[in-house]
Unconditional design. Structure first.
Length: 263
């Protein structure tokens, strides 16, 4: 048994992709239609900055294939705060804006924290307890991207496992990379694509990340990544989401395509 591996890009509205990723002449209104047929998942970053209406989510769902998945970055008003335990109202507002219109195309929700946010076990635990398991009849999965070194502790890994929340593995030049598996899925954001590589990454790098993703999908913790905790999670197949984000953004669609080819 092996979990499903999905890879994709962040968003679909990016002017430099017109004529490079999108075929010449593609009208902007059809860019989601095209992008969703190149990749099995897209991470939506716009939901971090502003809210949307239910008809927008319904439109996105209607424009994409049946087996396509959106992951949504949660509103910054939920995570960019001094006391995370007070985020309940903002979380409810984010959940209630109409994301349920995506139906089964709603994938994990990404909660990203500022690089200055330090690990406070009590406050962070209170935040995780606020995350709902369901939205109506839709089961929800949550991933947290933390970017301060204070989270590199077994206590944080244990807390995430307690709440069944995935810790985002972020391959980044500045922020810590935490590869420990903490949920029934894995969420990875590869953020170091470079202009000098046509596919964003060298062949050896892409081969490495595909190997890591397959290991996660088979239920393992990759041994060539430095784990934070020595405690072992259950050895079960897991779905894996791998997004080509940031770095040299214009190269990310090519990177995601090269990754898919290797799978």
């Amino acid at each position: 048994m092996v979990g499903q591996i999905r890879t994709g890009i962040g968003g679909w509205t990016f002017e430099p992709w017109r004529g490079t990723f999108f075929p010449p002449g593609t009208v902007q209104a059809k860019e989601l239609d095209y992008a969703s047929r190149q990749f099995p998942a897209i991470e939506v970053n716009g939901t971090y900055y502003s809210g949307f209406k239910p008809p927008t989510f319904a439109k996105w769902a209607a424009a994409t294939p049946d087996d396509f998945v959106f992951t949504l970055k949660a509103s910054r008003f939920c995570t960019n705060r001094k006391v995370l335990a007070d985020a309940g109202e903002s979380i409810a507002k984010f959940m209630g804006q109409g994301i349920s219109e995506l139906g089964p195309k709603l994938g994990p929700i990404l909660w990203q924290f500022m690089p200055t946010k330090k690990f406070d076990p009590d406050d962070f635990g209170a935040f995780l307890a606020l995350l709902p398991d369901k939205l109506g009849d839709l089961p929800l999965r949550h991933a947290v991207e933390v970017r301060h070194e204070s989270f590199c502790t077994p206590d944080f890994i244990a807390l995430a496992r307690k709440h069944k929340v995935a810790v985002v593995f972020a391959a980044h030049d500045k922020y810590p990379a935490i590869p420990d598996v903490t949920a029934d899925f894995v969420y990875a954001r590869l953020q170091t694509s470079k202009e000098e590589h046509e596919a964003g990454y060298a062949d050896a790098e892409l081969d490495h990340w595909v190997k890591v993703a397959k290991s996660w999908a088979e239920g393992h913790q990759p041994r060539d990544l430095t784990l934070i905790s020595t405690a072992e999670p259950a050895h079960v197949p897991r779905d894996v989401f791998v997004f080509m984000i940031s770095g040299d953004k214009v190269r990310n669609p090519a990177a995601a395509k090269a990754f898919l080819t290797r799978l």
